[in-house]
Ligand binder design. Sequence first.
Ligand SMILES: Nc1ncnc2c1ncn2[C@@H]1O[C@H](COP(=O)(O)OP(=O)(O)OP(=O)(O)O)[C@@H](O)[C@H]1O
Length: 251
Amino acid sequence: MTPALDINALTKRFGDKLAVDDIALAVPQGSFYGLVGQNGAGKTTALSMAVGLLRPDSGSARIFGQDVWADPEQAKALVGVLPDGLAMPERLTGREVLTYLGLLRGLAKDVVTARAEELLAVLELDQAEKTLVIEYSTGMRKKIGLATALLHAPRLLVLDEPFEAVDPVSAATIKTILRGFVAGGGSIVLSSHVMALVEQLCDHVAVIDKGRVAAAGPLDEVRGARSLEDTFVELVGDQSNGIKELSWLSR
Ligand SMILES: Nc1ncnc2c1ncn2[C@@H]1O[C@H](COP(=O)(O)OP(=O)(O)OP(=O)(O)O)[C@@H](O)[C@H]1O
């Protein structure tokens, strides 16, 4: 079966820094795929290139077989994206943002209205009916970002740190939505630093280290008998560095 997302030999350099170094990853249809890695490992850069937000130096990305860079319109219709540091129309309310983006995506007005209503209610943003996005908290911004990613009912969701700064009640709601999305035949790729969350939600995982894939595959195969956290530390931990004590903090 064609993978939901198929990235091949993706590479990106920023000046001297090789941020993503020849990454290949196949996300099977119907899978819930977690991407983990240390700060600066290259997750955001890889995901941005995979969904057509950042042009790779080389390599390719396909969404359900559609080339993201050769055929962006086809590919982008199939994917909902929650990017890192999402830029939003700041002077609109949540409902206005959803209406605006829904119409831009070509949805019928009554469909946009109904879906916006439902998304705002489910994500508990309907209380903030008159609040402009510029006044949103970080967690609220994540939630409206997720709503915009879901609005056109994509087949693949690519979510960069969707749970960052989200309170536990909202996180539970989001988990339910995402599990329902996968149960309904959707595919998800998300990045996270929270190993427990990836273990709870995902059936596949890739560990990214210094711009490369250190391990990837079904969760149980990657972690074996250990926890994902132990696997992760073993794969990416830099033992040579040691743990330096901050002696000046001792009394
Ligand atoms: N626009 C940019 N210009 C220069 N360097 C960049 C740029 N974007 C990312 N980098 C560098 O590329 C590397 C990978 O960054 P990236 O944001 O992809 O990592 P990440 O795994 O998402 O990290 P985090 O978990 O902290 O979000 C880092 O060294 C970062 O400093």
